[in-house]
Design a binder for this molecule. Structure first.
Ligand SMILES: [Fe+2]
Length: 240
């Protein structure tokens, strides 16, 4: 695979306690992503802020029972589900930041990060997405996803451009500590881009929502054990 992260617009970012700030105007970064497909915000969140999120979500996913689907926050383990159109293996923690649909402790833990991601989403994507449903019943659906060591992956797929326009992927784990190989990959105009070595904990990948992407297998030589924290973890914010 050709890995050309040097081609990707990479911007230093930081968290000011409320939102993600960058030297370049966020609307300009969004325009770049819509035209060219990709951008990378380095250091958008400090690892010290994210580590309790990783630990807390992992513990919640171990101590509460998995469900297939729910009106409330829930988590689900998918190991190559046969009914799925796009093959994948991951543990998805699906949250709703709405009253009565999430435990108060979990809300307090994850809301600061997902609120900053919501504001970033709306700035770069030109959306007006919220955690509460709009008139068309669309809302933001926070997810923390573990691609476990032992073969977590997601085959190549695309999404409709609208209404999301720009997708955000916040790195919640660190290569070399939480996992050793595998990562998020994209194809733009026939060129493959791997973020395996450039997407550190706290960095945010921005991608035009309709470009092909996939997760290459995480630590395939290890055995799969859903009780382990090991793997590649991300925070995403689908809007539909
Ligand atoms: Fe996707």
């Amino acid at each position: 695979m050709s890995a050309r992260p040097s081609d990707v617009l990479t911007i230093e970012a930081s968290f000011d306690g409320t939102g993600v700030t960058t030297a370049l105007p966020l609307a300009d970064i969004g325009d770049h992503v819509m035209r060219n497909g990709l951008a990378l915000l380095k250091g958008a969140f400090p690892a010290a802020l994210l580590q309790p999120v990783l630990d807390g979500v992992f513990t919640w996913g171990q101590e509460s029972a998995p469900q297939r689907e729910s009106e409330n926050s829930f988590h689900r383990i998918d190991e190559r589900p046969p009914q799925s159109q796009c093959p994948h293996t991951f543990h998805a923690h699906n949250f709703q930041l709405r009253p009565g649909r999430i435990e108060a402790e979990m809300d307090a833990l994850i809301r600061p990060i997902f609120s900053a991601m919501r504001d970033l989403q709306n700035s770069v994507g030109g959306t007006n997405a919220q955690f509460e449903p709009d008139a068309e019943m669309r809302f933001l659906r926070p997810q923390v996803i573990q691609y476990p060591s032992g073969g977590g992956f997601f085959d190549e797929h695309v999404h409709p451009l609208e209404p999301q326009r720009v997708g955000l992927i916040t790195g919640l784990s660190e290569k070399g500590r939480d996992f050793n190989e595998g990562g998020t990959c994209f194809r733009v105009d026939g060129v493959e881009y791997s973020f395996e070595d450039t997407h550190a904990m706290g960095d945010i990948i921005l991608f035009r929502y309709d470009i092909p992407h996939w997760i290459s297998p995480i630590d395939e030589s290890e055995s799969l054990d859903w009780t382990r924290k090991a793997g590649r973890w991300t925070m995403v914010l689908p809007y539909y």
